[in-house]
Write a protein that binds this ligand. Structure first.
Ligand SMILES: O=P(O)(O)OC[C@H]1O[C@H](OP(=O)(O)OP(=O)(O)O)[C@H](O)[C@@H]1O
Ligand code: HPA
Ligand SMILES: [Mg+2]
Length: 196
């Protein structure tokens, strides 16, 4: 059965905001170069659109971390699945993320990246869910504060689906619960539990 999806932030609103953030970054880094670090997978759509809106020279690198798997709640354990290709040494780094939710991913990652001696390091996130914050994270460039709902689209997935939607949406709760149960069963199976 197809999931029912409601639009939370329409495509035009997202695009206009990304343009605005790109202009702000271009002003703030005038005369410099920026090194964007995209956090995969969720950050990739935002990072690409943002990079197109920045007028100072941009370099890009990618890192993959994961704490959600296919669930709608963070496992609390952040894993680096793919590290950066290039050095960050002496670069003006901006980390690009799709969402700051509990804050755990970036709370873990920022100190790790600071140790690699960038000239500066800032965080840019498309979405922020302040009601869900468990640990403090400073966001330097933000698209939107959103309510405590599990969102999809623009890079954000729901069990790996819907990242390609050009807007921010919400899957209806019933469908979301089904997927959460599915993810729990799958992880039970991995551990060798007897799941019927
Ligand atoms: O603030 P937090 O509660 O830590 O949540 C935010 C993180 O969770 C999501 O990643 P996920 O682990 O789902 O990986 P993905 O980007 O590959 O979907 C999202 O892209 C952020 O990286
Ligand atoms: O609301 C969300 N949607 C998708 N992935 C996420 N990762 C953290 N929060 C979310
Ligand atoms: Mg995810």
């Amino acid at each position: 059965m197809a999931d029912k999806i409601n639009v939370l932030i329409p495509e035009e609103t997202v695009d206009a905001k990304i343009k605005e953030i790109g202009e702000q970054i271009s002003k703030d880094y005038a005369g410099k170069e920026v090194h964007l670090i995209c956090i995969l997978k969720g950050g990739v759509f935002f990072a690409c659109e943002l990079a197109k809106r920045i007028t100072v020279p941009v370099s890009l690198d990618f890192m993959q971390v994961s704490s959600y798997g296919d669930a709608t709640e963070s496992s609390g354990i952040v894993r680096i699945k793919k590290d950066l290709d290039d050095t960050m040494e002496n670069k003006e780094v901006i980390i690009v993320e799709d969402i700051i939710d509990s804050g755990r991913t970036l709370h873990y990652l920022i100190p790790v990246l600071k140790q690699r001696n960038p000239k500066s390091i800032r965080l840019c996130a498309l979405l922020n869910k302040p009601d869900r914050r468990e640990v403090e994270v400073q966001i330097d460039y933000l698209g939107f504060d959103i309510p405590d709902e599990f969102v999809i689209g623009y890079g954000l997935d729901y069990a790996q689906k819907y990242r390609n939607l050009p807007f921010i949406g919400v899957v209806e709760p019933e469908a979301a619960e089904d997927a959460e149960e599915g993810a729990e069963q799958a992880s039970g199976e991995e551990k060798g539990d007897n799941v019927e």
